[in-house]
Ligand binder design. Structure first.
Ligand code: NDP
Ligand code: GDR
Length: 346
């Protein structure tokens, strides 16, 4: 699995996102030609690729493309003619999907169908990776969740991803396309978007530490997540497309912690110990030494329906792909806090 293949070309949709940037770096290091797609915006969003030092890589081509435009999706695949296509583009923020359910369905759900349909028309030999998600388990039906756990999505995002997931399996079974699904549990990094809870927390901890913010406001502190390190998860995506057969795999750490635990961990990484008091909307986190109020609950961040507990079992990926996570949650949290301290101080 370590061999490089200079003849290989891969399309990554959503290259401007967290996973897109790490995957691009991973593939470029293995000699791939990478075609990364990005949406037209009024200001470019290439900061992640710049942080990884790949934005000017000679084997990287950036192409404007919107997942919801079928015609340009066909032309993208016709002109790039890749061996592999990683579909990472999505409206990926669960909270936003309640406010923009139709856009979420179009981008996150039908966008994947556009790509698969374009592959069916242009070249059925292209290997396709679909970014499926633990959000599809929603109101969980078993602990831990595996590839055979029934789905019960709890958001427009989860429902859109479930459509894309089953569509991918359907194209695998109907047309013999090598279409793999990675059911990835939450994975984080210093390149995580600021709207997601871990990065919102580590950024706020850095600002509070450096005197630029008074306190952090959060929603549901009881939600439990299985958080891993994004850099390790993109390698799992690649491994799925190098396998002999297309299949579906869970990637997870099989450890779950509450949002509250992650907050405590992040403050501890910056040298503060938090004491929790109160319940529900009145819960707050106070600096144990100074008594300063550092964390408050703001119901504005609650969701209409919540996914309470996620914990995944990645035994199939370990046994069939040789994939396993290595970074501990403490190590990941420390890495994110340090990166945010450096950014805020700069
Ligand atoms: P990000 O939100 O960081 O990146 C999403 C990408 O999709 C961005 O490049 C974004 O572009 C692009 N995008 C959004 N809308 C469109 C559109 N209409 N047309 C084209 N591109 C679009 O997500 P992550 O990197 O964290 O996740 C990658 C994929 O994996 C996503 O599909 C996500 O749903 C899924 N996933 C993520 C998990 C995680 O924990 N990170 C877990 C499981 C699944 P722009 O930069 O312009 O916004
Ligand atoms: P999630 O990630 O919904 O699991 O989706 P997010 O970090 O947004 O939320 C995790 C949990 O934290 C709770 N929470 C808050 N969340 C945010 N964003 N902001 C807050 O202030 C806050 N307070 C509490 C949430 O309610 C939730 O329970 C991520 C995305 O990357 C998806 O694209 C991906 O599919 C899944 O992970 C797996």
């Amino acid at each position: 699995m370590n061999a490089t293949n200079p003849a290989h070309k891969a399309i990554i949709t959503g290259i401007t996102g967290q996973d897109g940037a790490y995957l691009a770096q991973f593939l470029l290091e293995r000699g791939y030609q990478v075609v990364g797609t990005y949406r037209r915006t009024s200001s470019v969003n290439f900061w992640r690729m710049a942080e990884l030092g790949i934005d000017r890589h000679p084997n990287l081509t950036l192409v404007e493309h919107d997942l919801t435009d079928f015609g340009s999706t066909v032309r993208l695949i016709e002109s790039a003619r890749p061996q592999e296509l990683y579909n990472l583009a999505a409206q990926s923020f669960v909270g936003m999907s309640f406010d923009q359910p139709v856009t979420t369905a179009e981008v996150t759900g039908v966008g994947a169908l556009n790509l698969l349909e374009a592959i069916r028309i242009v070249d059925r030999g292209i290997r396709y990776y679909q970014a499926s998600t633990s959000e599809m388990f929603g109101k969980v039906q078993a602990i831990p969740q595996t590839e055979s756990t029934p789905f019960y999505p709890r958001s427009p995002y989860g429902a859109a991803k479930l459509f894309a997931h089953w569509t991918t399996i359907n194209y695998r079974e109907s047309y013999g396309i090598f279409a793999a699904c990675g059911i990835l549990f939450n994975h984080e990094s210093p390149l995580r978007g600021l709207e997601f809870v871990t990065r919102k927390i580590t950024d706020a901890v850095a600002r509070i530490k450096l005197g630029k913010l008074d306190r952090l406001e959060l929603g549901n502190l009881d939600a439990k997540r299985d958080w891993g390190y994004a850099r390790e998860y993109v390698e799992g995506m690649w491994r799925m497309l190098q396998a002999d057969e297309p299949d579906t795999y869970v990637l997870a750490t099989q450890r779950t912690e509450t949002v509250r635990d992650f907050v405590s961990m992040a403050f501890e990484a910056a040298g503060h110990r938090i004491e929790w008091a109160g319940k529900g909307e009145r819960e707050r986190g106070v600096d144990m030494k100074t008594g300063d109020l550092l964390v408050e609950v703001n119901p504005r961040f609650y969701r209409p329906a919540e996914v309470d507990l996620l914990i995944g079992c990645a035994d199939k990926a370990r046994d069939k792909l040789g994939w396993r996570p290595h970074t501990t949650l403490e190590g990941l949290c420390q890495m994110m806090v340090e990166a945010d301290l450096a950014r805020v101080a700069a």
